[in-house]
Design a protein around this ligand. Sequence first.
Ligand code: UDP
Length: 422
Amino acid sequence: MKRQSKQSLQNMLAEYKAVTSPNVIHQLEQLAAPLKGAKVLHINSTKEGGGVAEILHKLIPLKQALGIDADWEIINGNQEFYQCTKGFHNALQGMNQSISEKLLRNYEKTNKENAERLNSKLKDADFVFIHDPQPAPLLKLTPKRRGKWIWRFHIDASKPYRNVWKYLREWIIPYDASIFSLPEFAQPLPHPQYIIAPSIDPLSEKNCPLPEHEIDNVFSEFNLDPELPLITQVSRYDRFKDPVGVIEAYKLASKLTPLQLVLAGGGASDDPEGEAVLNEVKQASNGAPNIHVLLLPADANRTINALQRASDIVLQKSIREGFGLTVSEAMWKGKPVIGGDTGGIRLQVIDHYTGFLVRTPEGAALRTRYLLHRRDKLEEMGMRAKRFVRENFLITRHIREYLTLMVGLTSGDDERINVGKS
Ligand code: UDP
């Protein structure tokens, strides 16, 4: 990954100080001191699309700003590889999915090739963070490793399809630790497990403040009606995100309350099912004039930021969700979120307080109409939502927990860990 200059990394810390507080940054500097110069390598399967890439784009420079030698690599695979890993993803989120021996052998072969390509980085790193199942075999394929290896799992594995988990578990067992986003996702494994929720970056193009005219521009750019209330869901076109359920909710709500819906999505390079789901969505919307199905390029961060800010309410009606960064993104912009009552959405949407949790399109429609008719409640929930994200889901909290974990893993059995000078 391209490194930023020392000056720009220092400026970055000053900016985080302004958004959070000097104490928050001071604490990070203290925790990072014993890790100065440590080689930390993160590996996942895509630089574009999806929450993991979104997080790593910001986490790596922030670690570098704190004096850690952080780096990010992705593993490359062919279409069959992504077909297999999408199968893992679906199975781990509870779908009954069988994966052929041929796909499994290709998965192993692909990991072997990547292990050879990345060998020197893998064996020299002090810490290797492996994200999700795609690169999980890299540990066993790097016998001469010296660092601590941590498996970071981002999806909702509360009820995995057992056959697939049994296969993957063998790759995970030798790790030094694993990280899950919620306690419910943790699995029986013979090493320490940590619970760390993901986060958003308040300084990123996706979340930074925008001038009014840039927010207003989305109405003309996407042919939206500035007079109609706007509800939006931002997501990859994935069945677990239930975009068709969102359309049903919109149809029910709009029978009684005029409004418009934006479904904003793009592909992730490691997700082969996006196109099929997009077609299902287009079919469900059936050309309705107030349903806008957008396919955005991977770098449309400011556009997504503007769409979230232009919306009255943001939906994330997932039926399974590891975390759902889009929820915190919207809440950070002072929007109440109507979210599926599942996984990581439950961490962020406190029902009736920062938004509403729903299980059905009918529920989503009911809550949408309620909020559009009770603007006072909408505003109040939005304000609480922003505060809740500031306190819990910013990148500064996330990195603090990563640093604590790394310091902990290097401290062996010591009962007390000293950080800082005194
Ligand atoms: N996203 C994006 N473009 C899109 C759809 C999503 O940039 O067309 C972003 C979204 O804003 C969020 C991330 O991708 O930052 C998705 O993360 P989330 O945790 O919500 O879901 P995942 O895709 O990882 O399941």
